[in-house]
Design a protein. Structure first.
Length: 295
């Protein structure tokens, strides 16, 4: 059987650029409507810059070499249980797709006692689906565009705060055991030819290169960690990732003997031929995974 063709590429990622003001003022983004005339500098104090060209290595044929605990991410095969058009149906996603995601988690991870999905979202690179659209962060079927800024979804403090907010009567018990925050990401409309998702080997990303950032919404403030450029980072992707290629990656793990996170970002590929072109359509699901403390 012929070996897989490896399609490593060179890509540019957008990284947070450190500002002296962050020593006195925490990085922030305001994600609610502000009065007309509000300056962009009032909405955020973040400054991003493109890093140098970096190698993004294709995992095709060696997916099993990467694990959640050693690298912060893993690729697995699993059939897409609903049609791509059904991701616009919130009831279908939550009644069929989320249970399929729970099955994946329980089959892939050890010692899973409880899985709680707290967020899911569709994304697209189609200009016609994004242009002029008002983003409703409370409606997961409203698609966002690909995120090209390297980041980890949640900071440790934000994960702990979320557990307390979701489970005020059980938080102390849950936090005595192992807590993991997982993202399940996959395309929904066939092999990706535009804006694939790159994932970094979390063991190559020093914590000093992650900057906690407040993301301010109307009902709560969460915290993301944006990545600063670091020469040690190693990036990976799966060439033409298809609908049955599920990427699992961590944003948090309370087990200090494992890699707790893997930063990620979309990147641009050379424009495919007209016959091969399709915008990227994808879905991401975020889950808290609990392992109870054993007596």
């Amino acid at each position: 059987m012929p070996s897989a063709v490896i399609n490593d590429v060179a890509a540019t990622f957008s990284y947070l650029q450190w500002q002296d003001r962050y020593n006195a003022e925490k990085p922030y983004q305001i994600l609610i409507d502000l009065p007309d005339g509000t300056e962009e500098t009032q909405r955020t104090n973040l400054v991003f810059c493109d890093g140098p060209k970096e190698k993004v290595a294709d995992v095709t044929g060696r997916e099993a070499s990467f694990t959640l605990d050693r690298n912060g991410f893993a690729f697995i095969k699993d059939d897409l249980p609903i049609r791509s058009t059904e991701f616009a149906d919130r009831t279908m996603v939550e009644s069929v797709y989320l249970p399929a995601c729970e099955r994946i988690i329980r089959e892939t991870l050890d010692d899973v006692d409880e899985v709680v999905f707290y967020n899911w979202r569709t994304r697209t690179s189609s200009p016609s689906r994004l242009q002029g659209k008002v983003i409703d962060f409370n409606d997961p079927t409203t698609p966002l565009g690909p995120s090209t800024q390297a980041h980890v979804d949640q900071s440790p403090s934000s994960v702990l705060e979320r557990v307390h907010r979701l489970f005020p009567d059980r938080a102390e018990h849950l936090l005595k055991g192992r807590v993991r925050l997982l993202n399940l990401w996959r395309p929904t409309n066939g092999p990706i030819v535009e804006f694939p998702l790159a994932i970094c080997d979390g063991s190559t990303l020093p914590p000093d290169y992650l900057v906690e950032t407040d993301r301010i919404r109307r009902t709560y403030t969460g915290c993301t960690m944006y990545t600063m450029q670091c020469e040690s980072i190693r990036w990976y992707y799966k060439y033409r990732q298809d609908v049955d290629d599920v990427l699992l990656f961590k944003s948090f793990d309370s087990d200090s003997d494992t890699v707790p996170y893997a930063a990620h970002a979309a990147f641009e590929l050379p424009k495919p031929s007209d016959n091969d072109y399709r915008p990227r359509e994808s879905v991401e699901v975020r889950a808290l995974v609990f392992t109870y403390q054993r007596s």
